[in-house]
Design a protein. Structure first.
Length: 422
């Protein structure tokens, strides 16, 4: 018998996305509604493809609901699948474990949340399919849940539904770790994994894969996001297809500034890089982080009037995308054509100042005073500003080495720009 199913995970419905208001030009309402619209797109694909069932491999929610509207929205979308005779099987992940979610609504009868007490098995005799899965009972699960999953049922298409870090993935907590080769050896025909937000195929025949999250939530989650559509025929996987269903996309845009004569030349280079990112977004709202890197004569313009060039960059992104792209952040990591290291050797005020800056990380007394001032500054800043900005959450000892090269370059440019050759 032939059928299709969808493998989805890490929906993080109504993820709060705190701090968006800090970013100039951010389409706050569109970004905050993105997880809901992505779920609607998932339901649309399921109905259009006439799938037999939808699997959600954990982290449907992003923690406890702020109000019942999150649950009501999910119930409404699942009711659409019920009307299309589509079953939905869900396991709870670390974000929506029973210990994390205190509110609840009765789900439509086509939706089934699998047990957290142990692996639960659901059999679809009509299609010859069996699904094995277990929910997280609490936020932190350090045991390998997969070892307790049952042996495959013979003459049926066996699917394992699992929220796991597998053998470890950067940026993800090591929850429910397991060995991919052990999953393969279990004898199931397909493993639908969740928790890791980047799509990754760990094995083919049998298929073991992370489908990735449904919608990127920040610039740390770049490129296309969506679900996996699986076609089965005669008890064998015939096709595994990624479907893009995200509505807001994120991208990094690095521009090599090496040799650029002025700011206008940099804008021309930026335009080409931005146009490429915009084309890959296929008309979606695009959040871009721009980083300008390298030694150039344009450096002096950037550091003496950074506000102007940041707004020039934002205007260029708006113009190229007809308003669909916004610049989430701009980082200037340029330097003068003449290296700061060369200037440090000079026997004048400029050289002395630069050598003093270089000695800062090793001056315990001065660093201690700076750390005290830094702690007071962080205390006065709003919490969102500290947590959302790169570097602000670090202590002075960690933060200072990161910013010293930029500080030195800025000082040199300003000194030489205002006073000619010092």
């Amino acid at each position: 018998m032939s059928f299709k199913f969808i493998h989805a995970a890490d929906i993080h419905l109504d993820s709060p996305l705190a701090g968006l208001e800090r970013y100039e030009g951010a389409p706050v309402d569109q970004v905050r509604a993105a997880t809901r619209r992505a779920l609607t797109n998932l339901v649309n694909v399921a109905i259009a493809e006439r799938v037999a069932f939808v699997l959600i491999a954990g982290d449907l929610y992003d923690g406890d609901w702020r109000d019942y509207s999150t649950g009501l929205f999910f119930v409404r979308e699942m009711s659409r699948l019920r009307e299309a005779d589509i079953l939905v099987l869900i396991i709870a992940g670390n974000h929506d474990a029973q210990s994390q979610i205190t509110k609840a609504l009765r789900l439509p009868e086509n939706v089934r949340l699998l047990s957290e007490e142990g692996p639960e098995t659901v059999i679809d005799e009509r299609r010859g399919v069996v699904i094995h899965g277990q929910s997280f009972a609490r936020r932190v699960v350090t045991d390998d849940l997969s070892v307790r999953y049952p042996v495959p049922l013979q003459d049926l298409f066996n699917i394992g539904l699992l929220h796991t870090s597998a053998d470890g993935r950067e940026g993800h907590e090591p929850y429910a770790p397991c060995r991919p080769d052990a999953l393969v050896a279990k004898g199931y025909q397909y493993w639908a994994l969740g928790h890791v937000h980047k799509r990754e195929i760990l094995h083919e025949d049998p298929w073991v894969l992370f489908c990735g999250n449904l919608q990127g939530r920040s610039v740390r989650e770049t490129d296309a996001k969506g679900c996996t559509l699986v076609a089965v025929e005669g008890g064998q996987v015939q096709g595994v297809e990624h479907r893009d269903i995200d509505v807001v996309r994120w991208a990094l845009c690095d521009v090599d500034a090496s040799g650029a004569e002025d700011g206008d030349a940099l804008l021309d280079r930026l335009s080409a890089a931005l146009a490429e990112r915009i084309s890959h977004a296929d008309g979606r709202v695009l959040g871009v982080r721009v980083r300008i890197v390298g030694p150039c004569k344009a450096h002096r313009e950037l550091v003496t009037n950074p506000e102007r060039w940041r707004n020039e960059i934002r205007a260029r992104a708006t113009d190229l995308s007809a308003g669909n792209a916004w610049v989430e952040k701009i980082e200037f990591d340029t330097s003068p054509d003449q290296g700061v290291e060369d200037l440090s050797a000079r026997e004048d005020a400029v050289g002395g100042l630069l050598r003093a800056i270089e000695d800062l990380p090793w001056d315990a007394e001065l660093l201690g005073a700076l750390a005290s001032e830094w702690a007071e500054l962080k205390r006065r800043l709003p919490g969102g500003a500290v947590e959302g900005a790169d570097g602000l959450a670090l202590g002075a000892q960690d933060w200072l080495p990161r910013v010293l090269p930029a500080v030195k370059a800025m000082l040199v440019s300003r000194l030489l720009g205002r006073g000619g050759e010092a």
